[in-house]
Design a protein around this ligand. Structure first.
Ligand code: CU
Length: 73
């Protein structure tokens, strides 16, 4: 995405009961549950890479890390 753009992110849960998540640096939180679509909306005014991390599957001990990245150009 480009800085200054408004974004709607739709995430659908496929496996696992619950995935509470944060988008670091943006103050965005949500939770994805199996079979449901979670929508978050945000706008980013600064270029950078923002990790989206599942708090349940944070590291190798919890079958993670479950992580993605939002890149703002
Ligand atoms: Cu997860």
């Amino acid at each position: 995405m480009r800085k200054g753009e408004s974004v709607e992110l739709n995430i659908t849960g496929v496996n696992g009961a619950s995935h509470p998540f944060v988008i670091e640096g943006l103050g965005v939180r949500g939770e994805v549950t199996k079979g449901n679509t979670t929508t978050v909306r945000f706008k980013v005014d600064k270029k950078g890479t923002y990790p989206i991390r599942c708090l349940t599957h944070a590291d190798i001990h919890s079958n993670g890390p479950m992580v993605g990245y939002i890149v703002v150009l």
